[in-house]
Design a protein around this ligand. Structure first.
Ligand SMILES: Cc1ncc(COP(=O)(O)O)c(C=O)c1O
Length: 379
């Protein structure tokens, strides 16, 4: 069924098409000048020292775990209310994910006090996910990291240009990862970015991205190098220049897109902020955020009722989603035996409503009217 109002719409126009076309015509389509330009834009806009583009965020997270030095026998604390990639990356390097619960339905990010409860002598790091682009409680988390000498990775996939107390998400921990998957704030189809202020991590990340090679094809083709060494075990985590060219256009649009999303969220909050039996996570947030998605949580409800409400909304032609099915309940993670009551409640009772800059006031009213009707009718 084609939805009248999709969850997300691609903010593309002739600029992305032209950028891709120009790159194709330039004669250089693999990792090269467009990637370098994109990395520099991240450095400038995030005020961070190093940026390394990657083929997707999962690879950037894999790099984060490698440069943080996680390995077999280590434990890394992470949320379960996230996409599986935030936890899978821990396993790629042979370490073990230890799930911590979220704060609650009104703040669906990892709970610092549960992080501290889960620390053992084997704990080496923490991965935080800034859900929907809203900051995790970074002061508390960084204090715990300092106390126990832990590395902090920010999965900032949802939060390009989001801030926490004036600092950009992704620049607070040791290193961070961003995604340019189609439905993200910056869309290139597939793509990602690793950022850090740590020089050693950055040079290692650059090597890991391309087979551990000491020079890149573009350097050799442009006469800056003639040979290469393989200095460590790396991967092919590179992004091509066609996607980088699209990402550059997307990044130019991002500040304007985020400003418009603020108005979309405000409209939603005005309509849904005081509905009995419904919580809007992060309703009291005052930081500038990306508003990647618009999550809501039904109170005193059940998964069955949530699914019926979603179905009602779908019948009206509105797409919704769930962020997220809890990772610890997936078959490949069940063996870890995690019990996370608040995560489980939200995973069963969350509904994500459409969020994108082009949503009109009339559309938002239609979504809210339909949602309120469903909440009132489906008991
Ligand atoms: C929180 C989070 N982390 C990681 C990822 C993985 O990103 P990618 O698809 O770019 O590998 C996603 C993508 O949906 C995500 O939402």
């Amino acid at each position: 069924m084609a939805y009248k109002i999709p969850l997300f719409n691609l903010n593309f126009d002739e600029r992305e098409a032209q950028a891709a076309y120009d790159t194709i015509k330039s004669g250089w389509i693999s990792t090269g000048p467009r990637n370098a330009e994109l990395e520099q834009m991240f450095i400038d806009m995030w005020k961070v020292r190093y940026a390394v583009s990657t083929s997707n965020c999962t690879d950037a997270l894999h790099i984060c775990c490698m440069v943080c030095g996680f390995g077999p026998g280590d434990e890394v604390i992470c949320p379960s209310l996230t996409f599986a990639a935030s936890c899978n990356c821990i396993r790629y390097v042979g370490a073990t994910p230890v799930f911590a619960d979220i704060v609650g339905p009104d703040h669906i990010n990892i709970d610092p006090s549960d992080i501290e409860r889960k620390i053992t002598p084997r704990t080496k790091g923490i991965i935080v996910v800034h859900m929907a682009g809203f900051p995790s409680m970074m002061d508390d988390i960084m204090a715990i990291a300092r106390k126990y000498n832990l590395k902090v990775i920010e999965d900032a996939c949802h939060g390009p240009l989001s801030e926490y107390k004036g600092r950009k998400l992704g620049t607070i921990g040791d290193c961070a990862a961003f995604s340019f998957f189609s439905n993200k704030n910056i869309s290139t189809g597939e793509g990602g970015m690793f950022i850090t202020n740590n020089e050693e991590m950055a040079s290692w990340a650059r090597l890991i991205r391309s087979h551990g090679m000491s020079t890149m094809s573009y350097q050799r083709a442009s006469g800056h190098a003639t040979e290469y060494d393989i200095t460590c075990l790396g991967y092919n985590f590179r992004m091509d220049d066609i996607r980088a060219a699209i990402a550059i256009e997307q990044l130019k649009k991002l500040p304007g897109d985020l400003d418009t999303r603020i108005r979309v969220r405000e409209h939603y909050l005005n309509r849904l902020g005081k509905i009995e039996g419904l919580v809007i996570p992060f309703a009291d947030n005052t930081c500038f955020v990306s508003n990647y998605i618009f999550p809501t949580v039904l109170l005193n409800s059940t998964k069955e009722r949530r699914n019926k409400i979603r179905e009602f909304i779908h019948q009206a032609g509105i797409q919704t989603s769930v962020h997220y099915p809890a990772v610890h309940r997936f078959s490949t993670y069940r063996g870890l035996g995690a019990v996370l009551p608040r995560t489980e409640y939200v995973a069963d009772n969350e509904i994500t409503l459409p969020m994108y800059a082009a949503l009109t006031g009339t559309q938002i009213d239609f979504i809210c009217d339909t949602f309120i009707k469903a909440i009132n009718e489906i008991k």
